[in-house]
Ligand binder design. Structure first.
Ligand SMILES: Cc1ncc(COP(=O)(O)O)c(C=O)c1O
Length: 390
């Protein structure tokens, strides 16, 4: 079946699916570590790379392959690779992209463990400069002769600032560096970084792609040659995803469009409520017209997503507010059916030294909210009663 002219949901449901042999309508879970060789010559051909096929699930698994083909199609990529977590995907992608002696430019506001990974890279002789990539002049000024990679999230976790994917990609390519975008907050439904000029897109599939908060996963998508190298690196690191997790994420992706539309609609209603509230200092959501990069958001993404950050007026009110909530769940992670709320300074970004954190705008007063799929009035009611307590 050709999906060339199909819309997003049709592709999300059908792309990569192969169930001809048994007639199974859903993708089977190939819960096996090794695959049987037909004979010694077949084994030698597979192991020698002269023939493509299944050998061992750390390298290739038919269930995971469906997920990889589906994600490649949705991102407009030549190929994709699935890993056991978002961090396994980001680590494998970064190790594929740089070597000792190279220089990386990374946005200063990124997920805490990714920030920590870049700090760790210094041990391997890779120098990293953190800048605010939302201003392209900072990126340009940070370039060295040996800069090989520019990395950012857009929107950035947790300050929700945006980086101009096309402008940074064009400028970086002129200077010989590749661009890697963590597009977890947007998913390919709202944003396709590769079509905007980026070289590699990474995701925590734990979030919206799976969508139900019941497994971890990660995705790398890009050019075939790049994914071939990444697969080699990833096989040696060993962060392969389990077939069951791949299956859960495949199932999640089939409803991605309807979930993202609802997350977006709910988040807009919640952002408008927070924006006008006298206990809230600032609301950071790219869908609000007073977000500093509202126009850029409109240009490079077809939706603003389901994540809102907001600042209370006083940091000492943060625990009072969080502990008063009755339905919104105090937990890290994001992008699932339930509304999750957390305090980056003491939770997801606790690894970033306070001095740097404050400099980057990850203030002690900042709260991140992953707006779920509940009825928006119920989310707003819970936040309203929590704000009343401070
Ligand atoms: C933007 C972003 N990227 C990457 C990750 C890491 O993903 P995982 O927890 O699946 O390793 C996270 C986790 O919260 C994230 O928010």
């Amino acid at each position: 079946m050709s999906l060339k002219k199909s819309g997003f949901s049709t592709r999300a449901i059908h792309s990569g699916e192969k169930h001809e042999e048994t007639g199974s309508v859903t993708t089977p879970i190939y819960q096996t570590a090794p695959f049987k060789f037909k004979n010694a010559a077949h084994a030698a051909d597979l192991m020698g790379g002269r023939m493509k096929g299944y050998v061992y699930s750390r390298g290739l698994n038919p269930t995971t392959e469906v997920l990889e083909e589906k994600m490649a199609d949705l991102e407009g990529a030549e190929a994709a690779l699935a890993q056991t977590t978002g961090m396994a995907a980001i680590s494998a992608a970064v190790f594929t992209s740089v070597k000792g002696g190279d220089h990386v430019i990374a946005d200063e506001v990124i997920y805490g463990s990714t920030y920590d990974l870049f700090i760790d890279l210094k041990k391997f002789g890779v120098d990293v400069t953190f800048v605010d990539t939302s201003d392209i002049n900072n990126v340009e000024k940070a370039f060295h002769r040996n800069t090989k990679l520019v990395f950012f999230e857009s929107p950035a976790n947790p300050t929700m600032k945006l980086t101009d994917i096309k402008a940074v990609s064009d400028m970086s390519h002129d200077r010989g560096a590749a661009v890697m975008v963590d597009s977890t907050f947007m998913t390919p439904y709202f944003q396709k970084p590769l079509l905007l000029g980026a070289d590699v897109v990474v995701h925590s599939a734990t979030k919206y792609l799976n969508g139900h908060g019941d497994t971890l996963g990660g995705i790398i998508a890009g050019a075939s040659d790049y994914i071939k190298s990444a697969r080699h690196t990833a096989k040696n690191i060993g962060g392969s995803i389990t077939p069951f997790s791949s299956w859960l994420i495949i199932r999640g992706i089939k409803t991605l469009q309807i979930r993202m539309d609802r997350h977006n609609k709910n988040a807009m209603a919640v952002a408008e409520f927070l924006h006008g509230h006298d206990k809230v200092e600032t609301t950071l959501y790219p869908g609000l017209p007073d977000h500093p990069q509202y126009q850029l958001g409109k240009k490079q993404s077809s939706g603003a997503g389901g994540i809102i950050s907001f600042l209370l007026k006083d940091a000492k009110d943060v625990p009072v507010f969080l502990d008063s909530l009755k339905m919104c769940t105090l937990a890290v992670s994001l992008g699932e059916t339930a509304t999750l709320i957390q305090h980056p300074a003491t939770m997801t970004h606790a690894v970033v030294p306070r001095e740097d954190r404050i400099k980057y705008g990850i203030m002690d007063e900042l709260i991140r909210l992953s707006v779920g799929l509940e009825d928006p009035e119920d989310i707003i009611d819970d936040l309203a009663q929590g704000l009343e307590k401070i």
